[in-house]
Design a protein around this ligand. Structure first.
Ligand SMILES: O=C(O)[C@H](O)[C@@H](O)[C@H](O)[C@H](O)COP(=O)(O)O
Length: 227
């Protein structure tokens, strides 16, 4: 087996382990609650996790799914997180889950944020699980170090905040740090040596504006990392 094949196999195994842990969390909460909420991230890392989670047997018709953040693009766009979730998670056994999108028909996230805030109000908070990713710059969700709205997203009591980020081609909308904290469990899913090094740096410091992932290092966080 080549090194890249071994790495790919390890990442798939990690994704399956994360899917089993998240499914177990949903099943546990479904014993106590009529509806449960799962918050997931976009990007490339989650795809095998979504695919593995979609095969898990549970009462998906009682599960609400929303995103930690979204690019302000049409749901059919190549870089839409909603498209990623619909294609890879809301299939198979998980097809009966209720997806709650973070975008509206408004031209900008600033114009749409109020409606999205209202939409999210009725969900089954606190979420059973929030599954976060992390970029090489230490961002998570759309809490980016170079975003001029980072301070607002870190301090706001609003459910979502519109953010614009020089390092990102699209305007975005993100759950606020406070809302992302309103979960019974937090998972961080990441791969590769670069992200392990960034996470190590994050663990060694406390400036959340330098590495926003630090916001979630103060709460119990199950880190799922593969080389
Ligand atoms: O919309 C997004 O891009 C995600 O929500 C974002 O926070 C993601 O988790 C990181 O950027 C890591 O992305 P990768 O998994 O593609 O490295």
């Amino acid at each position: 087996m080549s090194e890249s094949e071994a790495s790919s196999l390890g990442r798939r195994r990690l994704a399956s382990q994360l899917a089993e842990a998240v499914a177990a969390a949903l099943r546990d909460d479904l014993r106590e609650r009529e509806r449960v909420l799962l918050v997931v991230s976009g990007g490339s890392t989650p795809v095998p996790f979504f695919q593995a989670l979609a095969t898990q047997a549970l009462s998906w018709e009682r599960v609400q799914v929303t995103l930690a953040d979204e690019r302000w693009v049409a749901p059919q766009a190549e870089d839409s997180n909603e498209r990623l979730v619909r294609e890879h998670l809301l299939t198979g056994l998980a097809a009966s889950a209720t997806f709650v999108p973070l975008i509206t028909d408004d031209a900008t996230p600033e114009q749409g944020a109020e409606a999205v805030n209202a939409r999210l109000a009725g969900l089954a908070w606190p979420a059973s699980a929030v599954v976060l990713g992390m970029g090489d710059d230490g961002h998570t969700a759309s809490l980016f170090p170079d975003s001029r709205e980072l301070g607002l997203a870190l301090s706001s009591d609003e459910r979502v905040v519109a953010v614009r980020t020089p390092s990102q081609p699209r305007p975005r909308i993100t759950l606020s740090a406070a809302r992302l904290h309103q979960a019974r469990r937090h998972f961080l899913h990441l791969n590769g040596e670069n992200k392990r090094e960034v996470l190590s740096r994050a663990l060694a410091g406390d400036d959340v504006r330098e590495l926003p992932i630090r916001v979630f290092l103060a709460c119990p966080l199950a880190v799922y990392w593969a080389p």
